[in-house]
Structures are given as structure tokens and as C-alpha cells.
Write a protein that binds this ligand. Structure first.
Ligand code: SF4
Length: 232
């Protein structure tokens, strides 16, 4: 990774309004810890900045720290690792317009591209072939009012909605949203516990008792490397 600075992305793509640079917090190679791609060796491109402030956020360092990088340099960095899986994560990738052409270029390079987004931006401009893992923020996050609800009707079958559950009240709220909007018919639904707030056993028991047709997840990378390790 290049060294940090505080510049804003400024360079524009030729003939367009979309910047040709992104502020990047870190690029690293690790095991995908979440989503239906969990377990895959993956290159992570973590963009800087986020418009939300979830109560349980574990990547606050990405709010400010980062380096402005041209898209070509980001691609070159990703290519140093021998995998065809790339995950664009944050912070919030869709908070920077150049995330869209970056995902397009990664697809053109033959990567399986996933996008982890906080659910507050519309996914309408995200290339169709990107696997979109879209958070629906539960009330205990403090950000459930920030959701771009139009995303509920924009997903494709290969996309995923993710509910991060911090309490039984969050679990019940997530169940209600899924039922009201028929989400189970649209794509995979992931439920995962907030680390240190709900134990995996508790969440598992709620899922089994309610017969919720969801996929339970735990953050595999935290089990492997511990909750505080960065760049994994
Ligand atoms: S959306 Fe993600 S990065 Fe932003 S505050 Fe919430 S948990 Fe942190």
C-alpha cells in the first residue's frame, strides 16, 4: 500500500464527470469472511470515508485515512495477488463515484467482483454482474432511517441482503422487513450477529425457532485472526 495523505480525489476521467481516482484506505489479500463467497481467497479494496456512523462500526479508521489513487494503480495493486475474487468494501464504496468505473474495469479483467455497501446509496448504476451485498441497517445500528429503500426492488438473484443483528429486537425487525417486502423471493438473505453483542448460539437459536429461511453468517476473519486485526 502507498503511504497515506489527506487529498480529495480530483482527477477526472477523459471526457467525463466521474473522477478517475478513488481515495483508498487499504488493499489487501485475505480470506473472504462474509457473504456467500465466505472462505474464498480474495483481494479487498477498501475505500475511504463513510456517510454513516453505525454504533458497532469496526472500521472507523476508514472514515478519514487513505490515499488518492488512479484507477489503473488500484488495478495493478489488485493484480499482484493470484485470485480472481475481488471485493470492493469500505467505508462506503458508493460514496465515491469512481467506484462504478473501477468495478466495470475489474469485471472486464475477468474478476468475480463483489461490492459490500451500507445500503444508503442506490445500486442503480452498479454494473449488473457485480455481486452486491447490501446492508439493511437494523434499528440498533442507529442508521435504519438512512436506507435507500429503492434497492429492495433493484436487486438481482445473485445479490444478497445482509442484516447485522445486535439484539432480539433487531432480529424481529429484520424478519418483519423480509416478510413485508418478499425479500426471500428476491435473493439470498444473510443474518449475522454483532460481535460481542449477540452470540452466534443465540442468533442460531432465534433462526431455528422462527424457521427463518436465511443464511446465518459469522465474521470468519475475526474467528481466524481475532477481532482487532486490520488488513485481514
Ligand atoms: S456503514 Fe460500515 S463503515 Fe460505515 S459506519 Fe456503518 S459499519 Fe462503519
Amino acid at each position: 500500500m502507498p503511504s497515506s495523505d489527506n487529498k480529495s480525489p480530483e482527477a477526472k476521467s477523459p471526457g467525463g464527470d466521474i473522477p478517475a481516482t478513488l481515495k483508498i484506505n487499504e488493499i489487501f489479500y485475505s480470506i473472504q469472511g462474509e457473504s456467500l463467497l465466505a472462505g474464498k481467497p480474495t483481494v479487498f479494496i477498501r475505500t475511504s470515508t463513510c456517510n454513516l456512523r453505525c454504533t458497532y462500526c469496526d472500521t472507523r479508521y476508514a472514515f478519514w485515512q487513505g490515499t488518492v489513487m488512479p484507477l489503473g494503480a488500484i488495478l495493478s495493486e489488485a493484480k499482484k495477488h493470484e485470485t480472481k475474487y475481488v471485493c470492493l468494501t469500505g467505508g462506503e464504496p458508493l460514496g465515491q463515484k469512481a467506484s462504478i468505473p473501477l468495478m466495470q474495469r475489474l469485471l472486464e479483467e475477468g474478476y468475480t467482483v463483489s461490492l459490500e455497501t451500507n445500503g444508503s446509496f442506490s445500486i442503480k448504476d452498479v454494473p449488473r454482474d457485480v455481486i452486491k451485498i447490501i446492508d439493511i441497517k437494523c434499528p440498533d445500528s442507529g442508521e435504519s432511517e438512512s436506507m435507500a429503500w429503492e434497492n429492495l426492488s433493484l436487486v438481482k438473484a445473485h445479490d444478497e441482503f445482509k442484516f447485522v443483528v445486535a439484539s432480539k429486537a433487531d432480529f424481529d425487525w429484520a424478519q418483519k422487513i423480509c416478510a413485508e417486502h418478499g425479500l426471500h423471493e428476491k435473493c439470498a438473505i444473510l443474518f449475522s450477529p454483532v460481535y460481542g453483542k449477540v452470540s452466534p448460539a443465540e442468533l442460531a437459536s432465534w433462526i431455528l425457532k422462527s424457521h427463518a429461511p436465511v443464511t446465518m453468517q459469522i465474521q470468519m476473519h475475526k474467528e481466524i485472526w481475532g477481532p482487532k486485526e486490520r488488513g485481514v
